[in-house]
Structure formats: structure tokens, C-alpha cells
Design a protein around this ligand. Structure first.
Ligand code: KIV
Length: 262
């Protein structure tokens, strides 16, 4: 999957499917599923590092995880998140840090923000780095929102998001993540731009959908927004396996002859 192919899916009316991955093992499983785009999300700050938000994720963290995922990549487009403070201070920071992610194997980067980030998007596009925008509820602004809250419910806010989407498209973004906004607004944005929109908590009318892998697999259950649908229950399976292992070691059922060298 290349950036132009990813974009063409919109005109073909084919839904795009994106999931996050943070290491080679899961990246390979995602590839085997046929899913063609992997986001190395800064959500790793929550689901891998155990923090309550994404704000402490560093460029070094993102470079490390991008290398792991990109190293396992076969066909998928690998998109790496630009972490908090890697692009907010200056256009120069944005270009240098996005460049590090590309040098670590990403095929594109994602950054949060609308019109305010337009100069970053333009600068990255100018140097040949494809940028996915991310608007709506942008987790790096959690402190400004006072929590993870649906955005764009009021008319002025909704108009602002529509303007953000149009500006990012004009600035060269190849795609847009729409997070936690009302479904009718996501539909309006999707119709207003020619680049694919990828929804997460943005209803069914986006051009594609993204979920955090550990949410989708039922591995992470510390908090679960309304938009998450677990397609498996791997945490429950893991707990069952670990309890059985403990029990069998304690009652000397494991290892048996089968697992022993004679
Ligand atoms: O970091 C992430 O995983 C994301 C997705 C939730 C879109 O930004």
C-alpha cells in the first residue's frame, strides 16, 4: 500500500481499514489479516507504557516503535504519529522530527491539529513527507478539553472543524483522521474533501475506520470509549492461560514427560 493507492480507495468507494501496532509481532499479525495500513500511534503511551495520556511519549519512543513495525512490514503502509512537542514549537522541529520517523521506516506521518498546523503540513509535504491530519478530539489537547470529550457538537465548533479539514487538504495532507465527532459532521467533512477520512468515533460515513489494536483485541480494558468494539477477548484468554500454568506448576502437572528431555 502506497500513499497514492491509499488515496485512490476513496474514489473507488472502497473502505480503508487502519489499525495501530507498536511491535513486530503484532505488525506481522496485522499484515497476515490483510489489513493494509498500520498506524504506529502515540496511543502506545497509554496501552504500552501504562500512562493515562499520550503526552509523555517522546520522539525516541516513536522512532523505536516505528523501527519495530516497519522492520516487520511486508505490504502495509506504515504511518507514524508525531508525538507531543515534536512539531508544535516550530516548522523546523516538525520537518526534522518527521524526517527521523521516515528514516525509521515510516511511509507517512500523522500530526494533530487543524488550521494552526497548516504551515507544518505544507512544509512536510514540500520536502516529500506525506502527512495524515488528525482533527476532532485530538488526544494531545486533553488538558485543554478537561478530559476526552466529543468535539464539534456546537455549530461554531463544527464549522471550525470543516474549515480545518478543507485547510489541511489544501495544505497537502493525504488523509484525515476524524476522532470523536458527531457522525453527521464526519459525513459532511467526508463529502467536503477529496482526501480519505478515517474515522474513530466518527460514525459510519467516513472513508475508512481506525481502531487501537489492543482495544479491538480486547487486551486493554482500563477504559473503553463508546466507539470501541472488541472483536476478541484476549485479556480474558491470557488470564485463563496464566492461571492454568500457575495451577499446573503448583500441582506438578507441568512439565510432564511430553515437555521433558529423556
Ligand atoms: O495514537 C493513536 O493510536 C491514534 C489513533 C487513535 C487514531 O491517533
Amino acid at each position: 500500500m502506497t500513499v497514492p493507492e491509499f488515496q485512490r480507495q476513496k474514489s473507488k468507494g472502497k473502505k480503508l481499514v487502519v489499525v495501530t501496532a507498536y511491535d513486530a509481532l503484532f505488525a506481522r499479525i496485522v499484515e497476515q489479516s490483510g489489513i493494509e495500513a498500520i498506524l504506529v500511534g502515540d496511543s502506545l503511551g497509554v496501552v504500552v507504557q501504562g500512562n493515562s495520556d499520550t503526552l509523555s511519549v517522546t520522539m525516541d519512543d516513536m522512532v523505536y516503535h516505528t523501527r519495530l513495525v516497519a522492520g516487520a512490514r511486508e505490504k502495509a503502509l506504515v504511518i507514524a504519529d508525531m508525538p507531543f512537542m515534536s512539531y508544535q514549537v516550530s516548522v523546523e522541529d516538525a520537518v526534522r522530527n518527521a524526517g527521523r520517523l521516515i528514516q525509521s521506516g515510516a511511509g507517512a506521518v500523522k500530526l494533530e491539529g487543524g488550521v494552526a498546523m497548516l504551515d507544518r503540513v505544507q512544509a512536510l509535504t514540500r520536502v516529500g513527507i506525506p502527512v495524515m491530519g488528525h482533527i476532532g478530539m485530538t488526544p494531545q489537547s486533553v488538558n485543554q478539553y478537561g478530559g476526552y470529550r466529543v468535539q464539534g457538537r456546537e455549530e461554531a465548533q463544527a464549522e471550525g472543524l470543516l474549515a480545518d479539514a478543507r485547510a489541511l487538504e489544501a495544505g497537502g495532507a493525504f488523509s484525515l483522521v476524524l476522532e470523536a465527532i458527531p457522525a453527521p459532521l464526519a459525513k459532511a467533512i467526508t463529502e467536503a474533501v477529496s482526501i480519505p477520512t478515517i474515522g474513530i468515533g466518527a460514525g459510519p460515513d467516513c472513508d475508512g475506520q481506525v481502531l487501537v489494536l489492543y482495544d479491538l483485541l480486547g487486551l486493554f480494558d482500563e477504559f473503553s470509549p463508546k466507539f470501541v468494539k472488541p472483536y476478541a477477548h484476549l485479556k480474558a484468554d491470557a488470564l485463563q492461560a496464566l492461571r492454568r500454568f500457575k495451577e499446573e506448576v503448583e500441582c506438578q502437572k507441568f512439565p510432564s514427560d511430553l515437555e521433558s528431555y529423556q
